[in-house]
Design a protein. Structure first.
Length: 361
């Protein structure tokens, strides 16, 4: 039986792919865990859940990236800092270390840099590096964690707010997807359920999903234009519209106030071919991170499959697939098989500020 399963694993890795696909367009297991600085990652774990990194002390990274939601937030459009709302879906953070581009529009390849942007941006956490450093300094437990993390710098080590971004990035490297039935099948240790196996054949063959969804995360990390409909809340809710227009202005669009939709990667590259393009999302953990697409436009995996089956929306690079009902069900079964149960993550305790001892005169 084991030789048969190993042979099946080899088929899953290569045999289901159409001959026209390049050799590297294949499903791959997750690589080994990333080596991390344990003390720095532990400091980052506490800071990830620490609301006092934000300007008014009300929001943490975990406000939009909830462990029980696959480190997404379960909302179509994410919340912004108090007094703002955002115009895109909060992506999950599991195995984020493997993403070549960290934002929906293709921005960000450096994890610490992306953390810095999210913490300091007025639309997200509205933090300030000097205030962050001072708040850490005034919380004895966090200061102790900082000393352990940066002990190698000696007694002259200086506490700086930027170190918080390094620490959170180090913690994020420890977050990984769990092992799935697909991973076990890839290694030849178990067979997929028949419907999921049928879906894999479609995914890697006639449906052509693997052309953009390949590698360990099932993403090519590139922006593509699919014609996803705009989320009506963006123009219906003024705070979301303001956030979008501000984003366009900050990115240097020639007429930012004239834009009435999310232009995606075009705002970063200024390449007209990338207008309306968004980076291919990973498919691991999909069952935990809905709603789907850059603006949460589709509430279920089935809705997303139907959209792709139709060939997407106006200006899409997709082609209609004309899948039957059984084929769509099979694809959904395979996509769900890419999700493992989420490991429980407990938030660290919320430490109070230290007190200054009073002396009698």
């Amino acid at each position: 039986m084991k030789p048969l399963l190993r042979a099946l694993g080899a088929v899953l890795l290569a045999g289901f792919m159409a001959p026209a696909f390049a050799a590297d367009l294949r499903l791959q297991p997750l690589p080994p865990p990333a080596p991390v600085n344990a003390a720095l990652a532990e400091f980052g774990r506490h800071l990830f859940f620490e609301t006092r990194l934000s300007g008014d002390g009300s929001r943490s990274c975990a406000s939009c990236h909830l462990p029980e939601k696959g480190f997404a937030d379960g909302q179509a459009l994410s919340r912004g800092y108090n007094g703002t709302e955002h115009f895109r879906n909060a992506p999950g953070l599991l195995s984020v270390r493997l993403k070549p581009r960290l934002m929906w529009d293709g921005r960000g390849s450096d994890l610490a840099g992306a953390v810095r942007e999210m913490v300091l941006d007025a639309q997200f956490m509205n933090g300030e590096t000097r205030i962050i450093a001072e708040r850490i300094r005034q919380i004895p437990q966090l200061l102790s964690l900082w000393r352990r993390a940066f002990a190698g710098q000696g007694e002259k080590a200086e506490l700086r707010g930027e170190q918080a971004f390094e620490a959170i990035a180090e913690y994020l490297k420890t977050l990984d997807f769990g092992e799935t039935s697909v991973d076990r099948a890839l290694r030849g240790e178990a067979a997929l359920e028949p419907l999921a196996e049928e879906g894999l054949r479609l995914f890697s063959g006639r449906a052509g999903c693997i052309q953009c969804h390949h590698g360990p995360l099932l993403s090519d990390g590139k922006p593509h234009r699919l014609g996803v409909p705009e989320h009506p809340a963006i123009m219906r809710e003024p705070l979301r519209a303001i956030s979008l227009l501000r984003h366009h202005a900050e990115r240097g669009l020639p007429q930012p106030m004239a834009e009435r939709g999310d232009v995606g990667a075009y705002a970063v590259s200024k390449n007209p071919a990338e207008r309306g393009g968004f980076v291919t999302p990973p498919l691991r953990g999909l069952a935990h991170t809905g709603p789907y697409m850059h603006n949460g436009r589709f509430a279920s995996i089935e809705e997303a499959i139907d959209f792709h089956d139709r060939g997407g929306g106006p200006g899409s690079v997709l082609r209609p697939l004309d899948l039957g009902a059984r084929e769509r069900q099979a694809l959904a079964a395979f996509l769900r098989a890419l999700s493992a149960p989420l490991a429980p993550v407990a938030a660290p305790p919320a430490y109070d500020y230290g007190s200054v001892a009073r002396t009698r005169r």
